[in-house]
Design a protein. Structure first.
Ligand code: GLY
Length: 578
């Protein structure tokens, strides 16, 4: 990661461009050194999708809080300042690395299906799926896990009080904050969907139905009261009593079938992270009910069979191997992945190096496979702004990678009157019917069928990598992006380890995606026509019209501290430290 002289860099790039134009499949290694500079800090760092929340987190670190204190404060603050994805009414996953114990814990606070949920609940009489009911209706709402998840993370691993970490969020909801361009434009894009619900319209829109504009002050007094109640009485204030009743009422008035007992019985699960290695680096990520960690490790295992550094970053040769690996992983996802409390997920076999070698051998270097010929393989031997990720590290070497969501932007759009709490539409992440795609085009089967109190399968992939042969945190990363979360996070890991990019370059680099079905590679901007042509010659369908993929918030250890980068694909993001 040395800084090259600009002239050397220019010559390297020119040479690379000449070789590319010659149409050779294996391109030389492009040295991206100094194309983009990361943020640096010595002691601790926060990388999040919203600048105010990042500053709140850094402030907590400066007051002596640890990474978990800061992460919980960021989580509650984003519910105020990034209402399309930050939330109290959704769910998510937090990976916590405790440096002194050399231990990583995966906290699962994913939403649960209400007790009255059942397998065919979104089917019409003719057997077709009613997508309105799984996305924009009371029946779309899963029992929220965020409040219990954040509170239990703090109680188990934090040093500060709930009152201390909630105070910034309470103040921001009470006195308001200046709406940024990102919030103003997302409200405008969602106007029709959100103004259907009077309680939602009252909070985010003026009386004439116009949304808040950049620079206006948005106050959320009901949300402030809810946060204060949690600060004073803990998570029971949210899961029992008046707030829980208002949430249940809002869900049922919108056509749902949730009971107070569903709220009362919600449970956070403390799970073992899914483990793997990539070229000597230990990788820990989120286990089921997320599919993310499992398939990141599976795809990395397949990539490890090839010298990706020599194959070149985003060369046709590298992309072909990676797309074929992605295709096979997402086929397995649709077959085997679901809530491990309900189905037996063959985690060990999916993340086994031997299985990866077998899958690698199936890849023809010159010819794309056809997805309909690929099935879950174990018998023979798985932009989008609606979710949000943040990463935190502290001076003691603790780290938190947290991804949480309402599913769509603003979730179902339903807000529980009098609480300020927007409710998720996470039930759409279940497989409503085998073979029918969810909103991300993902197809599931029995393993992800709807059942009472089950958790819908997710792709969220908070991930921590460790230096070879040690327990020292090397990389903390993750992203929003629906089905693309897995491949986005994967490319950050590969860009750093295989292509020696600094964290800003790794973030900036163009991304691509394959998810088995639909059978195509989706590209962001920035891929050369030569590369596209070479991939097409191998038989790949190319869709070069993709919107930006993900919004990674990453922190990378360097010799003298931490470097970090917030994705510039979204506005309003910030990485900062002290
Ligand atoms: N709602 C997107 C996911 O959990 O993967």
């Amino acid at each position: 990661m040395s800084i090259k002289h600009p002239l050397t860099l220019l010559l390297t790039l020119l040479f690379s461009a000449l070789i590319c134009n010659a149409g050779l499949a294996a391109q030389p290694i492009i040295n991206y050194a100094s194309l983009a500079q990361p943020v640096w800090s010595q002691h601790g760092m926060v990388s999040s999708q919203q600048a105010i929340a990042t500053r709140v987190g850094v402030n907590i670190l400066q007051q002596g809080g640890n990474a978990i204190d800061a992460a919980v404060a960021v989580g509650f603050t984003l519910a105020v300042t990034l209402p399309r994805a930050g939330n109290l009414g959704g769910g998510g996953f937090m990976l916590v690395h405790l440096a002194d114990k050399k231990q990583t814990v995966a906290i699962d606070y994913r939403e649960m299906a209400p007790f009255n949920a059942y397998r065919e609940m979104y089917l019409n009489e003719d057997g077709s799926v009613d997508k309105n009911r799984s996305r924009f209706h009371g029946l779309a709402v899963g029992v929220p896990g965020t409040v219990k998840g954040l509170v239990e993370a703090l109680q188990n691993y934090g040093n500060m009080s709930l009152q201390q970490v909630l105070q910034p969020a309470i103040e921001l909801a009470t006195t308001g904050f200046q709406v940024d361009r990102d919030l103003a434009s997302s409200l405008q894009q969602s106007t029709e969907r959100l103004t259907r619900w009077p309680a939602t319209a009252k909070v985010f829109f003026h009386e004439d139905s116009s949304g808040y504009q950049t620079g206006e002050i948005l106050k959320q007094p009901d949300l402030a009261r809810t946060l204060k109640n949690i600060a004073e009485h803990g998570q029971t204030a949210f899961y029992q009593g008046d707030i829980a009743q208002k949430i249940v009422n809002a869900v049922n008035e919108a056509g749902g079938n949730m009971q107070l007992e569903d709220m009362r019985d919600y449970q956070v699960k403390f799970r073992q992270p899914v483990n793997g290695t990539y070229r000597g680096y230990k990788i820990q990520s989120m286990p089921p009910p997320s599919s993310g960690g499992t398939h990141i490790i599976q795809i990395l295992n397949i990539m490890e069979q090839q010298d990706m550094t020599a194959s070149g970053h985003n060369s046709a040769q590298s992309m072909h191997t990676m797309a074929e690996a992605m295709r096979r992983a997402y086929a397995d996802r649709s077959e085997y992945l679901g809530d491990p409390d309900f189905v037996n997920v063959p985690l060990k076999r999916l993340t086994d190096k031997q299985y990866a070698r077998q899958l690698y051998q199936q890849i023809n270097p010159d010819q794309a496979s056809i997805s309909k010929d690929i099935k879950g393989g174990l018998e023979n031997y798985p932009e989008s702004p609606q979710t949000t990720h943040f990463s935190v590290v502290d001076r003691w070497g603790n780290a938190v990678a947290n991804t949480y969501t309402l599913n769509f932007s603003y979730g179902s759009g339903i807000l529980a009157e009098g609480t300020g709490v927007l409710l998720n539409n996470e039930m759409d992440d279940f497989s409503a019917k085998p073979g029918v795609a969810n909103a991300y085009g993902l197809i599931g089967g029995d393993a992800n069928a709807i059942e009472a109190r089950k958790r819908p399968l997710s792709s969220m992939s908070p991930t921590i990598a460790f230096k070879p042969g040690s327990d020292e945190v090397f990389l903390v990363t993750g992203s929003p992006g629906g089905s693309r979360i897995i491949t986005t996070t994967l490319q950050i890991i590969s860009n750093v380890i295989d292509h020696h990019m600094n964290i800003a370059e790794a973030t900036l680099a163009s991304r691509f995606h394959h998810q088995w079905l639909p059978d195509k590679i989706t590209l962001e901007k920035g891929f050369s026509t030569d590369t596209i042509r070479l991939l097409q010659q191998k038989g790949h369908q190319i869709d070069a019209s993709s919107w930006a993929m993900g919004s990674t918030q990453s922190i990378l250890k360097v010799d003298d501290g931490w470097t970090g980068a917030s994705d510039q694909r979204q506005s309003g993001t910030l990485t900062a430290g002290y």
